[in-house]
Write a protein that binds this ligand. Structure first.
Ligand code: SF4
Length: 371
Protein backbone atom coordinates (compact mmCIF):
# COMPACT_ATOMS: atom_id res chain seq x y z
CA UNK A 1 0.00 0.00 0.00
CA UNK A 2 2.93 2.36 0.65
CA UNK A 3 1.00 4.63 3.01
CA UNK A 4 2.40 8.08 3.70
CA UNK A 5 0.79 8.35 7.09
CA UNK A 6 -0.23 5.64 9.56
CA UNK A 7 -2.40 6.09 12.67
CA UNK A 8 -2.21 3.64 15.59
CA UNK A 9 -4.64 3.68 18.50
CA UNK A 10 -2.82 3.16 21.79
CA UNK A 11 -3.98 1.54 25.03
CA UNK A 12 -2.01 0.94 28.20
CA UNK A 13 -2.53 -2.83 28.35
CA UNK A 14 -1.42 -3.44 24.77
CA UNK A 15 1.16 -0.67 24.61
CA UNK A 16 4.11 -3.03 24.04
CA UNK A 17 2.35 -4.54 21.01
CA UNK A 18 1.60 -1.13 19.53
CA UNK A 19 5.19 -0.03 20.07
CA UNK A 20 6.54 -3.18 18.38
CA UNK A 21 4.16 -2.61 15.47
CA UNK A 22 5.22 1.02 15.12
CA UNK A 23 8.92 0.05 15.18
CA UNK A 24 8.38 -2.55 12.46
CA UNK A 25 6.46 -0.06 10.34
CA UNK A 26 9.19 2.51 10.77
CA UNK A 27 11.76 -0.01 9.49
CA UNK A 28 9.64 -0.99 6.50
CA UNK A 29 8.39 2.51 5.66
CA UNK A 30 10.99 4.97 6.95
CA UNK A 31 9.42 7.97 5.26
CA UNK A 32 5.87 7.29 6.56
CA UNK A 33 4.63 9.49 9.37
CA UNK A 34 3.52 7.35 12.34
CA UNK A 35 0.84 8.95 14.49
CA UNK A 36 -0.37 7.71 17.87
CA UNK A 37 -3.93 8.31 19.05
CA UNK A 38 -6.07 7.10 21.93
CA UNK A 39 -5.47 6.84 25.66
CA UNK A 40 -1.64 6.49 25.82
CA UNK A 41 -1.19 9.20 23.20
CA UNK A 42 -3.37 11.55 25.24
CA UNK A 43 -1.73 11.01 28.62
CA UNK A 44 1.75 9.55 27.97
CA UNK A 45 2.79 11.50 24.88
CA UNK A 46 6.10 12.71 26.34
CA UNK A 47 7.55 9.21 26.76
CA UNK A 48 6.02 8.19 23.47
CA UNK A 49 7.53 11.02 21.44
CA UNK A 50 10.89 10.87 23.20
CA UNK A 51 11.16 7.23 22.10
CA UNK A 52 11.47 8.48 18.51
CA UNK A 53 9.28 5.79 16.93
CA UNK A 54 6.10 7.85 16.80
CA UNK A 55 6.39 11.11 14.89
CA UNK A 56 3.48 12.78 16.64
CA UNK A 57 0.43 12.11 18.79
CA UNK A 58 -3.16 13.25 18.73
CA UNK A 59 -4.81 13.79 22.12
CA UNK A 60 -8.52 13.15 22.70
CA UNK A 61 -10.75 13.04 19.64
CA UNK A 62 -8.80 12.43 16.46
CA UNK A 63 -11.19 12.65 13.53
CA UNK A 64 -10.71 16.33 12.66
CA UNK A 65 -7.07 16.51 13.74
CA UNK A 66 -6.12 13.53 11.61
CA UNK A 67 -7.70 15.00 8.48
CA UNK A 68 -5.89 18.30 9.09
CA UNK A 69 -2.63 16.42 9.64
CA UNK A 70 -3.09 14.51 6.35
CA UNK A 71 -3.77 17.79 4.56
CA UNK A 72 -0.53 19.17 5.95
CA UNK A 73 1.65 16.12 5.37
CA UNK A 74 0.26 14.86 2.08
CA UNK A 75 -1.11 17.96 0.39
CA UNK A 76 1.21 20.53 1.98
CA UNK A 77 -1.72 22.56 3.28
CA UNK A 78 -1.82 24.50 6.57
CA UNK A 79 0.67 24.42 9.41
CA UNK A 80 1.33 21.92 12.17
CA UNK A 81 0.70 24.51 14.85
CA UNK A 82 -2.84 24.96 13.52
CA UNK A 83 -3.81 21.30 13.97
CA UNK A 84 -5.88 21.13 17.15
CA UNK A 85 -5.10 18.27 19.55
CA UNK A 86 -1.75 17.58 17.83
CA UNK A 87 1.39 17.00 19.88
CA UNK A 88 4.69 16.93 18.02
CA UNK A 89 8.44 17.39 18.34
CA UNK A 90 10.16 20.54 17.21
CA UNK A 91 13.92 20.20 17.65
CA UNK A 92 14.24 19.19 21.33
CA UNK A 93 10.88 20.60 22.35
CA UNK A 94 7.51 18.90 22.52
CA UNK A 95 4.79 21.20 21.22
CA UNK A 96 1.28 20.65 22.57
CA UNK A 97 -1.38 22.34 20.45
CA UNK A 98 -4.72 23.52 21.80
CA UNK A 99 -7.21 20.75 22.72
CA UNK A 100 -10.65 21.13 21.16
CA UNK A 101 -13.78 19.00 21.31
CA UNK A 102 -15.73 18.03 18.22
CA UNK A 103 -19.05 19.69 18.90
CA UNK A 104 -21.10 18.34 16.00
CA UNK A 105 -20.40 14.61 16.22
CA UNK A 106 -23.33 13.91 13.91
CA UNK A 107 -21.41 15.60 11.12
CA UNK A 108 -18.80 12.83 11.27
CA UNK A 109 -19.31 10.02 8.77
CA UNK A 110 -20.22 6.59 10.14
CA UNK A 111 -17.15 4.39 10.64
CA UNK A 112 -16.11 2.51 7.49
CA UNK A 113 -16.55 -1.04 8.72
CA UNK A 114 -15.63 -2.38 5.28
CA UNK A 115 -11.96 -2.05 6.16
CA UNK A 116 -12.33 -4.42 9.13
CA UNK A 117 -12.44 -8.19 9.20
CA UNK A 118 -15.55 -8.18 11.33
CA UNK A 119 -15.63 -11.93 11.92
CA UNK A 120 -12.42 -11.61 13.96
CA UNK A 121 -14.05 -9.45 16.63
CA UNK A 122 -15.99 -10.62 19.70
CA UNK A 123 -18.20 -7.59 19.21
CA UNK A 124 -18.58 -7.39 15.45
CA UNK A 125 -20.65 -4.24 15.74
CA UNK A 126 -19.95 -1.58 18.34
CA UNK A 127 -21.69 1.74 18.41
CA UNK A 128 -20.61 5.04 19.92
CA UNK A 129 -23.62 7.27 20.59
CA UNK A 130 -22.14 9.84 22.96
CA UNK A 131 -18.76 11.12 24.11
CA UNK A 132 -17.94 11.84 27.73
CA UNK A 133 -19.40 11.21 31.16
CA UNK A 134 -20.69 13.62 33.80
CA UNK A 135 -19.08 11.42 36.49
CA UNK A 136 -15.80 12.27 38.19
CA UNK A 137 -14.79 8.87 39.61
CA UNK A 138 -11.17 9.19 40.71
CA UNK A 139 -10.08 5.90 39.12
CA UNK A 140 -11.43 6.80 35.68
CA UNK A 141 -9.84 8.94 32.95
CA UNK A 142 -13.04 9.61 31.00
CA UNK A 143 -13.31 13.18 32.20
CA UNK A 144 -9.65 13.96 31.42
CA UNK A 145 -9.97 12.37 28.00
CA UNK A 146 -13.26 13.86 26.84
CA UNK A 147 -13.52 17.05 28.90
CA UNK A 148 -16.38 18.58 30.85
CA UNK A 149 -19.20 18.26 28.37
CA UNK A 150 -21.04 15.12 27.31
CA UNK A 151 -21.82 15.37 23.60
CA UNK A 152 -24.61 13.15 22.37
CA UNK A 153 -26.06 11.95 19.08
CA UNK A 154 -29.79 12.06 18.43
CA UNK A 155 -31.73 8.78 18.42
CA UNK A 156 -32.52 9.30 14.73
CA UNK A 157 -28.84 9.64 13.85
CA UNK A 158 -27.96 6.49 15.84
CA UNK A 159 -30.74 4.52 14.17
CA UNK A 160 -29.49 5.68 10.75
CA UNK A 161 -26.14 4.05 11.54
CA UNK A 162 -27.76 0.81 12.75
CA UNK A 163 -29.87 0.81 9.59
CA UNK A 164 -26.81 1.34 7.36
CA UNK A 165 -24.90 -1.45 9.12
CA UNK A 166 -27.87 -3.79 8.83
CA UNK A 167 -28.27 -3.07 5.12
CA UNK A 168 -24.58 -3.58 4.44
CA UNK A 169 -23.61 -6.45 6.75
CA UNK A 170 -26.93 -7.84 8.02
CA UNK A 171 -25.62 -7.44 11.59
CA UNK A 172 -28.30 -7.30 14.26
CA UNK A 173 -26.23 -7.67 17.45
CA UNK A 174 -24.36 -4.68 18.80
CA UNK A 175 -22.79 -3.23 21.89
CA UNK A 176 -23.02 0.47 22.76
CA UNK A 177 -19.56 1.51 23.96
CA UNK A 178 -20.59 4.81 25.58
CA UNK A 179 -19.51 5.45 29.16
CA UNK A 180 -23.15 5.89 30.16
CA UNK A 181 -25.58 5.18 27.33
CA UNK A 182 -28.72 5.74 29.41
CA UNK A 183 -27.72 9.18 30.67
CA UNK A 184 -30.86 10.91 29.33
CA UNK A 185 -33.98 8.77 29.90
CA UNK A 186 -36.00 10.57 27.18
CA UNK A 187 -33.30 9.90 24.59
CA UNK A 188 -33.05 6.24 25.64
CA UNK A 189 -36.81 5.76 25.31
CA UNK A 190 -36.91 7.47 21.91
CA UNK A 191 -33.99 5.32 20.75
CA UNK A 192 -35.80 2.15 21.86
CA UNK A 193 -38.99 3.15 20.03
CA UNK A 194 -37.08 3.87 16.82
CA UNK A 195 -35.11 0.61 17.11
CA UNK A 196 -38.37 -1.32 17.43
CA UNK A 197 -39.65 0.42 14.29
CA UNK A 198 -36.45 -0.49 12.44
CA UNK A 199 -36.81 -4.11 13.55
CA UNK A 200 -40.38 -4.16 12.22
CA UNK A 201 -39.26 -2.63 8.92
CA UNK A 202 -36.77 -5.46 8.28
CA UNK A 203 -38.65 -8.09 10.28
CA UNK A 204 -35.59 -8.75 12.47
CA UNK A 205 -34.89 -8.61 16.19
CA UNK A 206 -31.97 -6.49 17.29
CA UNK A 207 -29.97 -7.69 20.28
CA UNK A 208 -27.75 -5.33 22.17
CA UNK A 209 -25.98 -4.35 25.39
CA UNK A 210 -24.70 -1.17 26.98
CA UNK A 211 -23.10 0.40 30.04
CA UNK A 212 -25.14 2.48 32.44
CA UNK A 213 -25.09 4.12 35.86
CA UNK A 214 -27.38 3.13 38.70
CA UNK A 215 -28.59 6.72 39.17
CA UNK A 216 -29.90 7.23 35.64
CA UNK A 217 -32.21 4.26 35.15
CA UNK A 218 -35.85 3.82 36.03
CA UNK A 219 -38.10 0.81 35.67
CA UNK A 220 -39.75 2.46 32.68
CA UNK A 221 -36.42 2.98 30.89
CA UNK A 222 -35.16 -0.53 31.68
CA UNK A 223 -38.44 -2.12 30.53
CA UNK A 224 -38.27 -0.15 27.27
CA UNK A 225 -34.70 -1.29 26.74
CA UNK A 226 -35.62 -4.91 27.29
CA UNK A 227 -38.55 -4.58 24.89
CA UNK A 228 -36.20 -3.11 22.26
CA UNK A 229 -33.86 -6.11 22.39
CA UNK A 230 -31.42 -5.06 25.11
CA UNK A 231 -30.07 -8.26 26.63
CA UNK A 232 -27.37 -6.94 28.92
CA UNK A 233 -26.59 -3.85 30.88
CA UNK A 234 -23.43 -3.14 32.84
CA UNK A 235 -23.39 -1.22 36.13
CA UNK A 236 -20.31 -0.01 37.99
CA UNK A 237 -20.74 -0.99 41.62
CA UNK A 238 -17.05 -0.39 42.44
CA UNK A 239 -17.55 -0.97 46.20
CA UNK A 240 -20.23 -2.21 48.58
CA UNK A 241 -19.35 0.39 51.20
CA UNK A 242 -20.86 3.89 51.06
CA UNK A 243 -17.88 5.62 52.66
CA UNK A 244 -15.59 4.12 50.05
CA UNK A 245 -18.01 5.07 47.28
CA UNK A 246 -17.98 8.64 48.56
CA UNK A 247 -14.19 8.73 48.76
CA UNK A 248 -13.82 7.66 45.12
CA UNK A 249 -16.43 10.27 44.02
CA UNK A 250 -18.72 7.62 42.51
CA UNK A 251 -21.67 9.76 43.53
CA UNK A 252 -23.85 6.66 43.84
CA UNK A 253 -24.73 4.79 47.01
CA UNK A 254 -24.85 1.02 47.33
CA UNK A 255 -28.59 1.26 47.88
CA UNK A 256 -29.02 3.07 44.53
CA UNK A 257 -27.03 0.34 42.84
CA UNK A 258 -29.11 -2.33 44.58
CA UNK A 259 -32.32 -0.68 43.40
CA UNK A 260 -31.10 -0.42 39.79
CA UNK A 261 -30.02 -4.06 39.76
CA UNK A 262 -33.34 -5.14 41.29
CA UNK A 263 -35.27 -3.28 38.59
CA UNK A 264 -33.09 -4.57 35.76
CA UNK A 265 -33.56 -8.11 37.05
CA UNK A 266 -37.32 -7.56 37.38
CA UNK A 267 -37.69 -6.55 33.72
CA UNK A 268 -35.57 -9.52 32.63
CA UNK A 269 -32.23 -7.93 31.76
CA UNK A 270 -28.95 -9.73 32.33
CA UNK A 271 -26.24 -7.74 34.02
CA UNK A 272 -22.54 -7.26 34.39
CA UNK A 273 -21.63 -5.63 37.70
CA UNK A 274 -18.07 -4.34 37.90
CA UNK A 275 -16.29 -4.08 41.23
CA UNK A 276 -12.88 -2.66 42.14
CA UNK A 277 -10.87 -3.95 45.10
CA UNK A 278 -8.15 -1.90 46.78
CA UNK A 279 -9.50 1.66 46.81
CA UNK A 280 -7.28 4.10 48.68
CA UNK A 281 -9.36 3.87 51.88
CA UNK A 282 -10.17 0.16 51.56
CA UNK A 283 -9.43 -2.06 54.55
CA UNK A 284 -9.89 -5.80 55.05
CA UNK A 285 -13.37 -5.10 56.42
CA UNK A 286 -14.55 -2.93 53.51
CA UNK A 287 -13.15 -5.36 50.94
CA UNK A 288 -14.87 -8.29 52.66
CA UNK A 289 -18.11 -6.29 52.72
CA UNK A 290 -17.71 -5.55 48.99
CA UNK A 291 -17.02 -9.17 48.04
CA UNK A 292 -19.98 -10.33 50.10
CA UNK A 293 -22.28 -7.82 48.37
CA UNK A 294 -20.83 -8.83 45.00
CA UNK A 295 -21.74 -12.41 45.84
CA UNK A 296 -25.28 -11.23 46.60
CA UNK A 297 -25.46 -9.66 43.15
CA UNK A 298 -24.68 -13.01 41.61
CA UNK A 299 -26.85 -15.15 43.86
CA UNK A 300 -29.94 -12.92 44.06
CA UNK A 301 -29.93 -11.41 40.58
CA UNK A 302 -27.78 -13.77 38.49
CA UNK A 303 -25.45 -10.87 37.71
CA UNK A 304 -22.04 -11.51 36.20
CA UNK A 305 -19.68 -9.97 38.68
CA UNK A 306 -16.38 -8.64 37.41
CA UNK A 307 -13.67 -7.93 39.94
CA UNK A 308 -10.54 -5.94 39.24
CA UNK A 309 -7.76 -4.38 41.30
CA UNK A 310 -7.69 -0.61 41.59
CA UNK A 311 -5.25 0.61 38.94
CA UNK A 312 -3.89 4.18 38.71
CA UNK A 313 -4.15 4.72 34.98
CA UNK A 314 -2.70 7.88 33.44
CA UNK A 315 -5.25 10.67 33.30
CA UNK A 316 -7.03 9.58 36.49
CA UNK A 317 -7.23 11.70 39.62
CA UNK A 318 -5.95 8.64 41.47
CA UNK A 319 -2.65 8.69 39.59
CA UNK A 320 -2.31 12.47 39.36
CA UNK A 321 -2.75 12.82 43.15
CA UNK A 322 -1.24 9.57 44.36
CA UNK A 323 0.52 11.35 47.29
CA UNK A 324 -2.69 13.09 48.34
CA UNK A 325 -4.32 9.67 48.64
CA UNK A 326 -1.37 8.50 50.77
CA UNK A 327 -0.39 5.77 48.32
CA UNK A 328 2.98 4.69 47.03
CA UNK A 329 3.39 3.49 43.44
CA UNK A 330 5.08 0.08 43.25
CA UNK A 331 6.40 0.88 39.77
CA UNK A 332 6.27 3.90 37.51
CA UNK A 333 6.18 2.24 34.09
CA UNK A 334 2.69 2.75 32.75
CA UNK A 335 3.01 -0.21 30.38
CA UNK A 336 3.14 -2.58 33.38
CA UNK A 337 -0.29 -1.54 34.66
CA UNK A 338 -2.83 -4.35 34.70
CA UNK A 339 -6.25 -4.57 36.34
CA UNK A 340 -5.32 -7.89 37.94
CA UNK A 341 -2.02 -6.80 39.52
CA UNK A 342 -1.61 -4.43 42.50
CA UNK A 343 0.32 -1.37 41.42
CA UNK A 344 0.41 0.73 44.60
CA UNK A 345 0.92 0.32 48.32
CA UNK A 346 -1.61 1.58 50.86
CA UNK A 347 -1.01 2.05 54.58
CA UNK A 348 -4.39 0.46 55.34
CA UNK A 349 -3.96 -2.89 53.62
CA UNK A 350 -0.97 -4.59 52.00
CA UNK A 351 -0.86 -5.21 48.27
CA UNK A 352 -0.43 -8.92 49.02
CA UNK A 353 -3.74 -8.96 50.91
CA UNK A 354 -5.53 -7.06 48.15
CA UNK A 355 -4.21 -9.60 45.68
CA UNK A 356 -5.38 -12.48 47.87
CA UNK A 357 -8.87 -11.02 48.07
CA UNK A 358 -8.88 -10.53 44.32
CA UNK A 359 -7.88 -14.16 43.72
CA UNK A 360 -10.53 -15.35 46.19
CA UNK A 361 -13.16 -13.19 44.48
CA UNK A 362 -12.50 -14.88 41.14
CA UNK A 363 -14.73 -17.78 42.12
CA UNK A 364 -17.74 -15.50 41.71
CA UNK A 365 -16.31 -13.55 38.75
CA UNK A 366 -17.58 -14.02 35.20
CA UNK A 367 -18.21 -11.88 32.18
CA UNK A 368 -21.08 -11.82 29.78
CA UNK A 369 -20.87 -10.65 26.21
CA UNK A 370 -24.15 -9.86 24.50
CA UNK A 371 -24.24 -12.51 21.81
S1 SF4 B 1 -16.30 5.20 36.01
FE1 SF4 B 1 -18.10 5.40 34.71
S2 SF4 B 1 -19.42 6.82 35.84
FE2 SF4 B 1 -17.35 7.06 36.70
S3 SF4 B 1 -16.45 8.75 35.53
FE3 SF4 B 1 -15.83 6.86 34.53
S4 SF4 B 1 -17.32 6.53 32.92
FE4 SF4 B 1 -18.19 8.03 34.35
Amino acid sequence: MKPKIIGITTYVESWHVQLALAKKLKQLLPSAMIVAGGHCATFCYRDMLRGGVFDCAIAGEGEEAFVQLCDYYIKGQGELKQVNNLIYRENDDIIVNERKRIVDIEALPFPDRNVLELDKYSYAFTLSTSRGCPGRCIFCSSHAFWGNKVIIRSPKNIIDEIDAVYQQFKLTDFFVIDDTFTLIPKRTIEFCDLLNELGEKYNVSFKWGCESRADVVTEEVLAKMKQAGCVMVQFGMESGNDEILKSIKKNITYSQLYTAVTLAHKVGLKMNVSIILGHHLDTKETIEETISKGKDMKEKFGANVLFSINTPYPGTELRESIDKFDLELLFTEVSKLRINIPSFRSKLISEREVNQYFVEAQYISSYLIPN
